[in-house]
Design a protein around this ligand. Structure first.
Ligand SMILES: Nc1ncnc2c1ncn2[C@@H]1O[C@H](COP(=O)(O)OP(=O)(O)OP(=O)(O)O)[C@@H](O)[C@H]1O
Ligand SMILES: [Mg+2]
Length: 234
């Protein structure tokens, strides 16, 4: 496992620009252009796609790598829907809050919704890693909901493992989500995967969510170092 991890990181470093190239990204426009590009490449044939991303703050992010994540997740959704279905992509700004969630619900009137990661160990839900956001930290969340066949809880528990795939040999490497995970975690974020397998007549499908800090981690660490340096210079 450790060796695979090293190889993946090596591949990522290889494909990465020498300097992480961050730019200010308007998520609504960005997600729209990703979907258009996927359609042009005929990767969403038969899939009805809706993008909803209203009034979001711009985020400082490496757009090329974020695009890689969006493409991976959308293609997975397409594959799960077997030629027909619906993919909903929704982005929202949320505030991380693992304490006062009830309180804020009671008082209402909040413009931004709050997120608490209370379902870390629920069956049918997997996180790429344990979320470690600060209380009150502002995040953008992007949710990809598909109406596909879904996955069993045992498979969900393994989705982020490198080389885990349910696709026939030659059709999937099982590296897609492992690479997404590393990119999102480089951004200081976390991925969540929730699925319900088709069995009988209940609802089925998958929601893959990304949570990324609005203020990038790396920039923040630099800010802090600058601040410390300037304090020391006093
Ligand atoms: N939206 C989804 N619905 C149902 N199952 C999914 C979905 N996304 C991922 N999976 C499951 O997770 C497995 C791993 O996905 P991942 O993207 O890592 O690899 P892959 O798609 O199999 O291969 P590759 O990405 O290299 O083409 C898939 O084989 C599939 O079983
Ligand atoms: Mg994939």
């Amino acid at each position: 496992m450790e060796r695979i991890d090293r190889i993946l990181r090596g591949l990522l470093d290889f494909s990465r620009a020498p300097q992480p190239k961050t730019e200010r990204v308007d998520l609504a426009a960005f997600l729209g252009s990703c979907v258009q590009a996927l359609k042009d490449q005929r990767q969403l044939d038969g899939i009805e796609t809706h993008v909803k991303a209203a009034e979001l703050p711009g985020i400082e992010i490496d757009a090329g790598r974020l695009r890689q994540v969006v493409f991976n997740i959308a293609v997975n959704a397409h594959d799960a829907m077997n030629g027909a279905g619906r993919l909903d992509i929704a982005a929202e700004a949320v505030t991380h809050d693992d304490q006062a969630i009830l309180e804020s619900k009671l008082h209402g009137g909040e413009r931004e919704s709050r997120v608490a990661f209370t379902d870390l160990t629920r069956r049918g839900i997997a996180f790429s890693s344990r979320p470690s956001f600060d209380a009150g930290e502002r995040l953008v969340a992007v949710h990809f909901r598909d109406s596909g066949a879904g996955l069993s809880p045992d498979a969900v528990a393994r989705v982020f493992e490198p080389f885990f795939t349910t696709k026939p040999p030659g059709q999937g490497t099982g590296l897609g989500l492992a690479i997404c995970q590393r990119i999102i975690e480089d951004f200081g974020g976390v991925m969540r995967f929730e699925s319900r397998a088709a069995n009988g007549d209940g609802p089925h499908g998958t929601v893959v969510s990304l949570y990324v800090p609005i203020t990038p981690r790396r920039a923040r660490a630099e800010d802090r170092d600058d601040l410390l340096a300037s304090l020391e210079a006093l």
